[in-house]
Design a protein around this ligand. Structure first.
Ligand code: COA
Length: 399
């Protein structure tokens, strides 16, 4: 019999992800900036990334991933009490992208808000979900990381435009008195890092103007070396602190799912934790850095590809602008087989984010990507299909 006084725990009951179909390879980038595949692969590990189509937005990608996570959990959209969406590329300054997702997935009753913690955003949102669930304020929280970074990149800056891609991932965090679930969380923010990765214009300090656009201040800027130093200094210690709070050692964790920014940073984490690379999940070769979406996309792929079993301890860990970092150690309790069925239940072409009447957006595709986006989108090599992605849905996205 269930002990009524047992504390509530936060379990991951659903997971899902969506990535756009269009692929931007290192060879494509060679045509835009002075770079080459060898440099990008050896310095970052990235081979290709996804680019959202003109009709896609952060909210639309988030909604597909979210509905897949809800179906994987065996829930209906209206079972969700709270929607948390981590992003640094919202559709609009207001309303929140979470509010757009709420409408697109057909939820009538949830509270919805965005979480701004850059690439650590998903872990920050996950920790918020844990707080709501374990306090009894919410039963099921939808946590999404979604980004459309390719519209905020300067395609004349080879040090940033090679790194980032688009996509979305989501989990459902549910209350339960059963043991397991989220066991330990660690979050950090180092204000000295505030201007190491930033987007200068468009906010209250520097509202958008012809001048800010002419100066390219609406694009992401980054001090690569400083960011690299912060990441290699912090990621392993943040992960370890979360593992310790869970009452575990690093060797008790069967899989670390780190932010997919750079393979060398992930190798440094493995070294810092004194673990082999096969304990680190890596998919950045196919997606690049998708910021807040990177951890939930990687989590969904790790589970769907059989890397996570019931009873396993896993650790999600991220770092990003701020500088921020965050980690959560989780005892996995859901049937991993549910993910692929959840994905198959939701077709991207069925999701619609409502637009205001009498309003036309500009063409959202950056000129540097226009030629790429005009290419036949179905001409994708079979081994580039996302594992677990139903081929029919894959083909219908841009049909
Ligand atoms: C960006 C990053 C890959 C650059 O790698 P790096 O080894 O630090 O390279 P450096 O910045 O020292 O540049 C080395 C040289 O390569 C050049 N270079 C930079 N980008 C290049 C590119 N895409 N292709 C070819 N050469 C490039 C530089 O101009 C520099 O040339 P120089 O020595 O003649 O000045 C690396 O710093 C990094 O990954 N940082 C962290 C970024 C990150 O994770 N950001 C997201 C945070 S969430």
């Amino acid at each position: 019999m269930t002990n009524q006084s047992a504390p509530l725990r936060a379990h991951v009951t659903g997971w899902g992800r969506y990535v756009p179909e269009q692929i931007l390879t290192n060879a494509d980038l060679e045509k835009m900036v002075d770079t080459n595949d060898e440099w990008i692969v050896s310095r970052t590990g990235i081979r290709e990334r996804r680019v959202a189509a003109a009709h896609e937005t952060t909210a639309s990608m988030a909604s597909v991933a979210a509905l897949r996570a809800i179906r994987t959990a065996g829930l209906d959209p209206d079972d969700i009490d709270l929607i948390l969406l981590a992003t640094l590329t919202p559709d609009y300054w207001m309303p929140s992208t979470a509010a757009l997702v709420k409408e697109a997935i057909g939820n009538q009753r949830a509270a919805a808000m965005d979480v701004a913690a850059a690439c650590s955003g998903f872990v920050y949102a996950f920790s918020t979900a844990q707080a709501y669930v374990t306090s009894g304020l919410a039963k099921h929280v939808l946590v999404i990381g979604a980004e459309l970074l390719t519209r905020f990149l300067d395609y004349t800056d080879r040090s940033t435009c090679i790194l980032f891609g688009d996509g979305a991932g989501a989990v459902v965090v549910s209350a339960s008195e059963e043991p397991g679930g989220s066991l330990g969380i660690e979050l950090t923010t180092e204000p000295q890092g505030a201007y190491m990765i930033w987007l200068p214009a468009g906010g209250a300090k520097s509202p958008p103007s012809r001048e800010t656009v002419a100066r390219g201040e609406h694009y992401i800027r980054m001090e690569g070396r400083e960011t690299y130093r912060f990441a290699t200094r912090t990621l392993a210690s943040t992960a370890l602190e979360s593992v310790r709070k869970a009452g575990l050692e690093a060797s008790d964790v069967s899989l670390f799912i780190p932010h997919q920014a750079n393979i060398r940073i992930i190798e440094a984490v493995a070294k810092g934790l004194d673990l082999p690379m096969d304990r680190m999940f890596v998919n950045l070769d196919r997606y690049g850095n998708t910021s807040a979406a990177s951890v939930p996309i990687a989590l969904a792929e790790a589970v769907n590809s059989g890397r996570v079993a019931i009873g396993d301890n896993i650790c999600i860990v991220a770092f990003g602008a701020g500088f921020t970092s965050g980690a959560a150690t989780i005892e996995w309790t859901a049937d991993p087989a549910r993910g692929i069925a959840g994905d198959a239940a939701v077709r991207a072409s069925d999701i619609h984010v409502r637009l205001p009447l009498d309003w036309d957006s500009v063409d959202p595709i950056p000129p540097a990507l226009a030629e790429l986006m005009a290419r036949d989108p179905l001409n994708v090599p079979l081994d580039d299909v996302v594992p677990g992605e139903p081929e029919s849905a894959h083909r219908e996205v841009h049909a």
